[in-house]
Design a protein around this ligand. Structure first.
Ligand code: NAI
Length: 307
């Protein structure tokens, strides 16, 4: 199988550095026309510069690819709209959208100013919402879209000092869970990458000897696959780093079902807590409806008739 992106338009946020830069370079090398968006600020979101996005565009062009720079701030609704309009004016409606832009403002929760909490939510979660909202009607109208969001192990599993970042990153997974359903009939596939890479936002976290293994390029192959026409997956969370690729999922234990129409006390929950939280036979659900059906199956001891 050969994966190409000729005539495809790709918009990548935060593509002036690190992972986004690697995605942009790779997609362009496979024929995509790439909009390289980057506000060009510091890792904490302060400042701005046109240099990072422009440098990536220059590199792509020097290698014979097609790209244009966008310096819009995706955490602003207007900035996100400008970005998608620019893509449309320059290359045409986007086929591919990678929401990757990010900042960090780490601090323990008690010491974290609400401004730092909100700033991180605005860039990661609302930035993803705004850009996707601007691109969505264009993808829907054309019956085609490949969208990759960006989460983190901090959001999936927790990290001390990153309550703002974790909340934003898992919010993005919730957004994907519903958009995968809304996009299904328009061939819009929405997946989420959970990268581990030694780029700016990963700096200082990993031991020195691990750094060569953690090149962004080891994440890029999975993102490029998720952007391809051949990829039918939707709603997946793919963990990627150092050449390892795996799927992460939210699952529910079989649980304990008390007989209906009787009082359930906190003591009953306490006594059965080990059984309630026993993950043997845990199950993932494709949509909330399936979780409700499962509940009724357990209550009635029968399967719901197929509609
Ligand atoms: P990076 O700092 O190298 O790149 C992020 C880019 O986003 C920067 O160039 C920055 O200027 C841009 N950006 C920030 N705010 C923006 C805004 N409002 N509008 C437009 N651009 C903006 O970071 P890195 O490490 O490449 O991270 C990329 C994504 O991957 C982020 O979403 C990050 O949270 C996520 N991630 C990274 C991990 C890692 O190990 N590096 C781990 C888990 C997630």
């Amino acid at each position: 199988m050969s994966i190409r992106f000729d005539d495809r338009v790709a918009v990548i946020t935060g593509a002036g550095n690190g992972l986004g830069r690697s995605y942009a370079m790779y997609l362009a090398s496979r024929g995509a026309r790439v909009v390289v968006n980057d506000l060009g600020g510091q890792a904490d979101g302060s400042g701005q510069s046109t240099a990072p996005a422009q440098m990536v565009v220059d590199e792509i062009k020097a290698a014979g690819g097609e790209a244009v720079a966008s310096f819009d701030d995706v955490s602003q609704f207007e900035g996100a709209g400008n970005l998608i309009r620019q893509a449309q004016d320059h290359f045409g409606a986007p086929d591919i959208l990678i929401c990757n832009a990010g900042i960090l403002r780490d601090k323990s929760f008690a010491g974290m100013a609400m401004e730092d909490f909100e700033a991180v939510l605005r860039v990661h979660l609302l930035g993803t919402v705004y850009v996707t909202r601007a691109a969505w009607p264009l993808m829907k109208a054309r019956g085609y879209g490949r969208i990759v969001f960006t989460t983190s192990v901090s959001g999936l599993y927790g990290n001390f000092g990153q309550a703002n970042y974790s909340a934003a990153k898992l919010g993005i997974v919730g957004l994907m869970n519903s958009l995968k359903l809304e996009g299904e009939k328009y061939n819009i596939r929405v997946n989420t990458i959970a990268p581990i890479a030694a780029s700016r936002l990963g700096a200082g976290i990993f031991p020195d000897e691990a750094m060569p293994l953690l090149k962004p390029e080891y994440v890029t192959a999975a993102v490029v696959w998720l952007c391809s026409e051949q990829c039918r997956a939707t709603g997946d969370i793919i963990a990627a780093g150092a050449g390892r690729f795996a799927k992460a999922q939210i699952v529910e234990s079989p649980g304990i079902c008390f007989p209906p129409n009787q009082e359930v006390t906190p003591e009953m929950v306490a006594e059965n807590y080990a059984g309630i939280s026993d993950m043997t036979g845990a199950q993932a659900f494709d949509r909330s409806h399936d979780a409700v059906i499962k509940l009724f199956e357990m209550l009635t001891g029968r399967k719901e008739p197929e509609s």
